[in-house]
Design a protein around this ligand. Structure first.
Ligand code: HEM
Length: 200
């Protein structure tokens, strides 16, 4: 729910459980008021697929960018991610899982090609991920993006559904989830187009 997809890529908005089939990418949040995929889920904040409420769909989609996440591991892991034990509660997580996680030296290099940095990367980070009031429909505070959001993360804003697609079940009473990514730095580079290079 924090990402908005199961580990195999299945979107949480489409399915209660992970499916082994190739994960679909052609979907939207039209029939999901946040009872399947939380309104603050990372992929919902960073690609609202027409559900953001602040702009017409085509204008909203113009903020998307070509991305590639490049994982790195500068330290050898004691335990592989697939070998980590399950934990049902935060207390169990802190006791069983947290001591096995690497403290430094692992991460993800986020790379994106942009036509306009201000309208794509920066817009996505500032106006969507860091903005607790986005999506703007329904009106209200839905919390920061739990993966990359920066700013005040107030209790009660990030709402996780207790049951999939059941509005009557209500939401979980959880601590705000944030600070997951420690930003180490970044650079903007100019990349000339092929047409430009061919015309030199
Ligand atoms: C360490 C940092 C990050 C992690 C761990 C992370 C993780 C993920 C994961 C697991 C997905 C789902 C896979 C997919 O749909 O391709 C995803 C999708 C995405 N992320 Fe991130 N991400 C990070 C940083 C960022 C940043 C900085 C941005 C932009 C400001 C961003 C924008 C997106 C977008 C646009 C999608 C695709 C959503 C969709 O098409 O439904 N991510 N990210």
């Amino acid at each position: 729910m924090i990402v908005g997809r199961f580990e195999d890529g299945t979107p949480v908005t489409l399915s209660r459980t992970a499916r082994s089939a190739a994960p679909p990418n052609n979907f939207n949040y039209t029939n999901d008021p946040g009872t399947r995929c939380p309104l603050h889920g990372h992929i919902r904040k960073t690609n609202p697929r027409g559900s953001g409420g602040a702009e017409p769909e085509m204008a909203e989609r113009a903020h998307l960018m070509v991305r590639r996440g490049i994982p790195f591991e500068d330290v050898k892991r004691a335990v592989l991610p697939s070998e980590l034990p399950d934990a049902d509660t935060m207390a169990a997580f802190l006791e069983k899982v947290a001591p096995l996680l690497p403290e430094r030296g692992v991460g993800l290099l986020f790379m994106a090609y942009n036509h306009s940095i201000g309208e794509q990367f920066r817009f996505t980070q500032q106006i969507w991920a860091n903005n607790t009031n986005f999506p703007t429909k329904p009106v209200g505070a839905h919390g920061l993006d739990p993966v990359i959001g920066q700013g005040a993360n107030r209790p009660g804003e990030q709402k996780l559904p207790k049951a999939w697609d059941d509005a009557t079940a209500g939401t979980l009473d959880t601590e705000p989830f944030g600070g997951f990514v420690a930003m180490k730095g970044g650079e903007y580079f100019f990349s000339p187009s092929l047409t430009f290079l061919l015309n030199l």
